[in-house]
Ligand binder design. Structure first.
Ligand code: GTP
Length: 364
């Protein structure tokens, strides 16, 4: 198929979800705009799409739609042209694709990428297009393989890649192939999605296509893949980007133990490692440890505090000796000395956790 970057492909990007599982981080900013290794989560995927020959991206927005245009404007900075289409009421994944299709320019047989805004993937998008065209498919799904498929719906394929069945979550899955959330749709089939009502790609469209024998291909590429849906996945995503476990053309520096923002002050005897991101103007005081964590702009980590596998929000303050492990501390919250936050605890923005000697933990 030649040099993909010389092509002029289109994509629809789904970014209208509320990101409820990532609250309180997503209370002030949509999930796809959360900072990851210093840039919005979405930017990694947009840079990869641009490198694969995508030139025009239609953002299907709903929740906090205006913030996307503030971040990405007309897309010029990324070598893309971005059009924004907003749903008055969220239409679900399929309804959003149908709604956004009004802004596409592709012809009926052209391939259009459908991207989920909360996925980090190292898969080869050019190879996915090649597989789509070789099979003359109507829909081509990127499938990845996972260690524990019980947590996901899985996708069974024939030897030639044709999708045989979409299988609900099961304690005894018969395949480790799962839907990785990056699709290629023939443009004409997008126009056939019912308009003006909520439609789910996964629960309505794909089963309907199978029932009607529409050729759907599963393209297996087991490269790095992460669905950034939960707090633990968000922290992992940030650390993996910093450590260089997944390559992102949006980042000038990868493969380092930590990224330190402008104006951050780290005491000489503090430790910052494990792929942590330290935002601009952050203070990490003497004897403090920040390991595999995200500390957002303007936060303070006091002396001897220990922050592991956690997120500390913008302007939050972690008191002396405090332990924060597998937890989220919302923007501008204050955790005073004497506290330990562990095991999935989430502190809402601007809360003050005083020295109550309570050990916050959800895993006891
Ligand atoms: P949770 O609320 O935590 O489940 O997150 P989410 O809202 O992002 O939902 P989910 O992870 O299932 O969404 C997958 C992708 O589709 C994300 O990129 C969402 O932004 C997007 N999405 C989900 N529902 C809609 C919708 O109704 N409209 C649009 N435009 N996008 C949607």
């Amino acid at each position: 198929m030649g040099d993909s970057s010389s092509r002029s492909l289109e994509a629809i990007l789904l970014v209208g979800g509320q990101g409820t599982r990532l609250r309180p981080l997503t209370m002030s900013i949509p999930k796809p705009l959360l900072p990851t290794a210093g840039v919005p989560l979405l930017e990694h995927q947009l840079a990869r799409a641009a490198a694969a020959g995508v030139r025009h991206v239609v953002f299907a927005t709903a929740y906090r739609a205006e913030m996307f245009a503030e971040s990405f404007g007309d897309g010029d900075r990324l070598g893309l042209e971005i059009t924004y289409v907003t749903e008055d009421v969220p239409l679900g994944t399929g309804g959003a694709i149908r709604n956004a299709s009004a802004a596409l320019r592709s012809g009926p047989d052209d391939p259009v990428f459908i991207l989920n805004g909360d996925i980090i993937s190292g898969h080869d998008m050019t190879a996915q297009i090649a597989a789509h065209e070789k099979a003359d498919a109507v829909v081509t799904l990127h499938l990845t393989t996972v260690e524990d498929p019980r947590r996901y719906g899985s996708v069974l394929t024939e030897a030639d890649g044709r999708v045989k069945a979409f299988i609900e979550k099961s304690p005894t899955p018969i395949t480790d192939q799962v839907n990785a959330g990056c699709y290629i749709f023939r443009r004409g089939v997008i126009d056939e999605i019912p308009a003006g009502r909520p439609v789910s790609v996964e629960y309505e469209l794909f089963p309907k296509f199978l029932a009607e024998s529409v050729p759907i291909i599963g393209h297996v590429d087991p490269a790095y893949w992460l669905d950034v849906g939960t707090p633990a996945a968000f922290v992992q995503c940030c650390c993996d980007l910093t450590l260089g476990r997944v390559r992102s053309p949006a980042l000038p520096v990868q493969g380092v133990p930590a990224l330190i923002g402008e104006g951050a002050v780290i005491a000489p005897d503090a430790q910052v490692a494990g792929g942590s991101t330290i935002g601009g103007g952050v203070l990490v005081a003497s004897g403090a440890v920040v390991d595999g964590s995200v500390v957002m702009d303007g936060a303070e980590i006091a002396e001897e505090a220990k922050v592991s596998r956690s997120v500390v929000g913008r302007g939050a303050r972690i008191g002396p000796g405090v332990v924060v492990e597998d937890a989220i501390v919302g923007d501008e919250a204050v955790v005073e000395a004497g506290n330990e936050l562990r095991g999935g605890v989430r502190i809402w923005p601007r809360s003050v956790i005083s020295d109550t000697s309570i050990r916050f933990s959800s895993d006891m």
